[in-house]
Design a protein around this ligand. Structure first.
Ligand code: HAM
Length: 416
């Protein structure tokens, strides 16, 4: 075994898995584009403050999971644990406010120092969408519909459940937080160490605790829905009505609070029971205060991100990859034939054809390899080239689907 292994929690996306990733991101890109979203790419690292300010000091993502280091200039830098903070930082620092409403999508690696397990990696990939500058619940509904359509295209919609909740506006959340603290304070000593800290800093995160004893204690906790003001109730009712009208199945989960601090109003997760403990495959919500938190003008925001690793783990065996129309496999015997094969192949590639050149092994081995190309193509032509004693090259064309074989010229091949 090599002394060098990939770092724990990271993995190589070998060709077959990468093919699945590519199929997923292409599906997501194309669907987002059809909804009028445009792609944005922000750096994979930012000043640490960007994440501290936006995700919240007490969120696990910031307090325990960031890859943070000091660069050679002495700045504190963090590898992005998620995409929203960077997009919002860009919105503010690039002065994009004049362009609202903005509908953006992105794709790329994210980094969290979490305990690796099935479906949980330290470098993982997100496809995400963000809508900036729209306060209306119509934006939430559109984002959810986009998510639903991506999952449908990946044949995953029947294998997951949309769980949705509202955190209300600031006034509703303040009232709820107060009630929650009143309920939990007498139980403080029984809470896990993490939750005791959260009780001081961000009590609503206790509802999200993974600690079994915490879970028992909060069973009787007051529910957010009883503290919503009229405005918040109305907002949520409109989102739900939209889901009904667009026929997107959902389940209201009053305990869903999400792990990041920037959310208000709508929060949601598409979950599956097929990946063990890592049930969320796509999640997001509304974050109306985030732009201001990062120093920009008051701007509404809503979006989500899908864990592409989790989607890939779910659909690696079920996703259909489109077949190539025509593929040429080249097998040459003899020095002149070998270089002629590359010359013809190059011309075919320039004409948009796929060519696979086999440079080693016996003719028999090369033919075996060409016949395997039929798994990914509708028609496979074997182009067999042989040096002749008189200095010429004989070219044979074999259709590997029909078995037909004939002697041809270079021009005959280029016409195919
Ligand atoms: P999040 O729930 O932290 O939200 O992550 C979104 C998705 O990323 C999760 O549903 C999950 O599928 C995937 N994910 C998270 N951590 C891991 C991991 N360690 N390994 C594999 N997959 C993972 C956000 O990141 C928000 N920025 C979403 C958002 C966008 N909200 C509004 N706009």
């Amino acid at each position: 075994m090599s002394k060098y292994q990939s770092v724990r929690g990271t993995r190589d996306l070998l060709p077959s898995l990468k093919k699945t990733f590519r199929a997923i991101d292409q599906t997501a890109f194309q669907t987002a584009q059809k909804y009028g979203f445009n792609e944005i790419e922000t750096p994979i690292f930012e000043f640490s403050d960007v994440f501290h300010r936006s995700l919240g000091e007490t969120s696990d993502a910031v307090s325990k999971e960031t890859y943070t280091f000091q660069d050679r200039g002495g700045d504190s830098i963090t590898l992005r644990p998620e995409g929203t903070a960077g997009v919002v930082r860009s919105f503010v620092s690039e002065g994009l406010a004049q362009l609202i409403p903005l509908k953006l999508y992105y794709y790329g690696p994210m980094f969290r120092y979490e305990r690796p397990q099935k479906g949980r990696y330290r470098q993982f990939y997100q496809f995400g969408v963000e809508v900036l500058g729209l306060e209306t619940p119509l934006a939430d509904i559109e984002c959810l519909d986009l998510a639903w359509n991506v999952l449908k295209k990946l044949n995953l919609s029947e294998r997951c459940t949309l769980e949705i909740n509202t955190l209300g506006d600031t006034e509703s959340r303040d009232a709820y937080r107060k009630a929650l603290v009143e309920f939990l304070t007498p139980l403080k000593s029984q809470l896990s160490a993490d939750s005791q800290v959260r009780l001081e800093k961000n009590p609503m995160r206790i509802l999200d605790s993974k600690d079994e004893n915490d879970k028992k204690l909060i069973l009787k906790a007051p529910l957010m829905q009883n503290f919503l003001n009229e405005k918040s109730k109305d907002f949520f009712a409109k989102v739900i009505q939209g889901l009904e009208q667009l026929k997107i199945p959902y389940k209201i989960n009053p305990k869903l609070v999400r792990g990041l601090d920037y959310y208000c109003h709508t929060v949601f997760e598409f979950t599956t029971t097929e990946l063990g403990a890592q049930s969320a495959i796509l999640s997001g919500g509304r974050y109306d205060g985030l732009v201001e938190m990062l120093g920009g003008p008051k701007t509404a925001g809503v979006g989500w991100a899908a864990g592409v690793d989790r989607l890939a783990d779910l659909c690696e065996s079920t996703l259909a990859h489109p077949k190539e129309e025509v593929v040429f496999g080249f097998a040459a015997i003899g020095a002149r034939a070998e270089i002629e094969a590359l010359r013809i192949g190059s011309q075919l590639v320039a004409r948009g054809k796929k060519c696979v050149s086999l440079h080693n092994g016996t003719l028999k081995k090369k033919l075996e390899k060409i016949s395997k190309l039929t798994a990914d193509a509708t028609t496979v032509y074997g182009v067999l080239l042989f040096d002749q004693d008189n200095g010429s090259i004989e070219i044979k064309l074999k259709n590997f689907v029909t078995g037909e074989e004939k002697v041809v010229t270079v021009e005959d091949i280029l016409k195919l």
